[in-house]
Design a binder for this molecule. Structure first.
Ligand code: HEC
Length: 117
């Protein structure tokens, strides 16, 4: 298929907007679809939603809490791999769920996705 000049310009501007959006985030390599799939598989979404409080805080709330903190990634990796005791919204306590992956790249991808909400 041959593109007209205006189609080429549109393609170029779409690409540059995408590039700008990409470089604006510090978690540029986040694969949101993979992160959501792993969160779903790990039952995280039973207690967390992106934008509303369930048994646990929303991912937006968690991202806001950790925004700008240098140790955010390390702390969240701990939270989802070491099963710390957490207090649910209903006041009961239980061991936090552990993510269903041992692959650090996948775990970091989920953490990056949460922090990007
Ligand atoms: C049984 C409910 C429940 C499940 C399932 C659950 N969480 Fe949580 N999660 C919580 C609660 C409650 C907190 C709040 C802990 C607190 O603030 O003390 C929390 C906190 C967190 C935090 C923030 C920790 C912090 O220090 O700010 C992250 C990140 C998180 N969860 C991710 C996940 C992921 C990823 C999964 C899936 C592997 C998951 N959660 C599964 C209830 C749950």
């Amino acid at each position: 298929m041959k593109l007209s000049i205006s189609q080429k310009l549109i393609t170029l501007s779409v690409l540059s907007v995408a590039a700008a959006a990409f470089s604006a985030t510090s978690f540029a390599a986040v694969d949101a679809a993979a992160a959501q799939a792993l969160a779903k598989k790990s039952d995280c979404l039973k207690c967390h939603a992106v934008d509303k409080t369930k048994k646990g805080p929303s991912y937006q709330k968690i991202a806001a809490k950790w925004k700008g903190k240098a140790d955010a990634e390390a702390k969240l990796i701990e939270a989802i791999t070491k099963a710390p005791k957490v207090k649910l919204e209903d006041g009961t306590q239980e061991d936090h769920k552990v993510i269903a992956s041992k692959d650090m790249a996948e775990i970091k991808n989920v953490v990056g996705w949460i922090l990007a909400q």
